[in-house]
Design a protein around this ligand. Structure first.
Ligand code: UGA
Length: 456
């Protein structure tokens, strides 16, 4: 089949590369000139495990092409996948400008009497009712009446996008038009994944509800972690014990400094804005966002209590991306942490294994120094705060670091370091909700002879 994918972001490019790999002829529309130039060399403008070779191979074999001409690409296609961004606006609602631009471009395609049915597959995360509105919009116009609209939300995670696509728990197909559903099922059939057929609005809601539920699991475990701190329980043990209940499951119960990224925060706020429009209070979802906001700021606030004043204090930040395996810093907890630390006058040196992430952060926080590696970032620091669980942080030479820092303090925002190893090198260490290495214990030791020696 001839397929057009509009938008070469994570969702669009992964979808395009996977579908091309299934043997279809895929034309990707990207209107960002710099991105397009990279793609036209057969290269990948985003960092995603396995994607560069899949793009390169399909590009070389002529199944994957790139253009900025949506009209030409869509006109020849039997299915157009819409995967443009819908970023949050100031009021929390998604900015639909790019989506509407695609809608208008599809409507303006010349009428062809022999065009047959054509699929408009909405992969972008859009407000509930968007698919139905698109359907009615197309129906109003004789030239666009051949388009059949399907809501087909995406559930891939950045960093494991290809794995998630090939191993999808489910493919949601939202349409009440059977022939359209069958055509899309035919495209996905080689993946052999379970399909759930629903109406368009339910498909759109599934996406928001699934992301919000996962975010709720994280805020829940983070709230319990804070309680563990107070009552002397261990969040690792608690999460394991909870997760063994098949009704709860282990996934998304890793306590830490909270979630970030381009999806959870955006989708939570979009759902809250939908609630407002529907004049319905959504207290649970409101709480999920509020708990996360506090969690993002937990460590800088703790540090400021510990030291009394952060003016001029040298702080080292390890990890800027919102999670490992990506170069994305959108809504990363690191941004909230940086705003808080710099706002309190701390001198921050940051390091992330992804150079692009460092560069993006530097643009937003020009006063922050960027280091080339973990050791350089930690040099002369008075506190190290770990924000992203990149694997390389688990293999550092703590004795070497001990000689470089001014005050040996490590706050582990992802509970990913071995506290006994870090403390054996002479550091004071605390994670989040850890029984042995709680923030409360660290605080209690402040001023004590032990801590005085450790931090001097
Ligand atoms: C999320 C969903 O997991 C995908 O299913 C969805 O398709 C995607 O959003 C989207 O809407 O496009 P993603 O944002 O890429 O995927 O990353 P996740 O792995 O879900 O992590 C999100 C955030 O939660 C990260 O900051 C991560 O550190 C944090 N997290 C995750 C925790 O703090 N604890 C956990 O146990 C799990």
């Amino acid at each position: 089949m001839r397929i057009c994918v509009v938008g070469a972001g994570y969702v669009g490019l992964v979808t395009a590369a996977v579908i091309a790999g299934l043997g279809h002829q895929v034309s990707v529309v990207e209107n960002h000139p710099a991105k397009l130039a990279v793609l036209r060399r057969g290269e990948t403008p985003i960092y995603e495990e396995g994607l560069p070779s899949l793009v390169k191979d399909n590009f070389r074999d002529g199944r994957l092409t790139f253009t900025d001409d949506i009209g030409a690409a869509a006109e020849k296609a039997e299915a157009v996948f819409i995967a443009v961004g819908t970023p949050s606006q100031a009021d929390g609602s998604p900015d639909m400008a790019s989506f509407y631009a695609v809608r208008d471009a599809l409507c303006q395609l010349p009428y062809r009497s022999n065009a047959g049915r054509r699929l408009a597959v909405v992969k972008s995360t859009v407000p509930i009712g968007t698919g139905d509105a698109l359907h009615h919009f197309f129906q109003k116009n004789a030239a666009s009446r051949s388009w059949q609209v399907i809501s087909n939300p995406e559930f891939l995670r950045q960093g494991t996008a290809l794995y998630d696509t090939y191993n999808a728990d489910r493919i949601i197909i939202g349409t009440e038009e059977e022939d359209a559903a069958h055509l899309l099922m035919k495209i996905y059939a080689p993946l052999g994944r379970p399909v759930l057929l629903v109406d368009r609005r339910s498909a759109e809601m599934i996406k928001y509800a699934a992301n919000t539920f996962l975010a709720a699991k994280i805020s829940f475990i983070n709230e319990i972690a804070c309680l563990c701190e107070q009552v002397g329980a261990d969040i690792g043990a608690v999460a394991r014990g909870m997760g063994m209940d098949a009704r709860i499951g282990h996934a998304f119960l890793r306590a830490g400094i909270g979630f970030g990224g381009s999806c959870f925060p955006k989708d939570l706020h979009a759902l809250l804005s939908t609630g407002q429009e529907a004049q319905l209070q959504l207290p649970m979802i409101t709480a999920v966002a509020a708990v996360n906001h506090n969690q993002n700021l937990l460590l800088p606030r703790f540090l400021s209590e510990l030291y009394g004043d952060l003016q001029g204090v040298r702080v080292c930040l390890w990890g800027l991306t919102y999670k490992p395996g990506t170069d994305d810093t959108r809504d990363a907890p690191a941004l909230a942490v940086l705003a808080e630390l710099t706002g309190r006058g701390a001198q921050v040196t940051a390091y992330d294994p992804q150079v692009k992430a460092c560069w993006l952060v530097k643009q937003q926080f020009p006063a922050v120094a960027i280091a080339h590696d973990s050791y350089e970032a930690a040099a002369r620091s008075e506190a190290i705060i770990l924000l992203t669980e990149w694997p390389e942080f688990a293999h550092l030479n703590w004795n070497r670091l001990r000689h470089q820092v001014k005050r040996p303090l490590v706050l582990d925002g992802r509970n990913c370091l071995d506290g006994s190893v870090v403390e054996a090198a002479g550091f004071s260490y605390a994670g989040i909700g850890q029984k042995r290495y709680s923030l409360k214990r660290l605080q209690a030791r402040t001023g004590s002879a032990e801590m005085g020696v450790a931090l001097s």
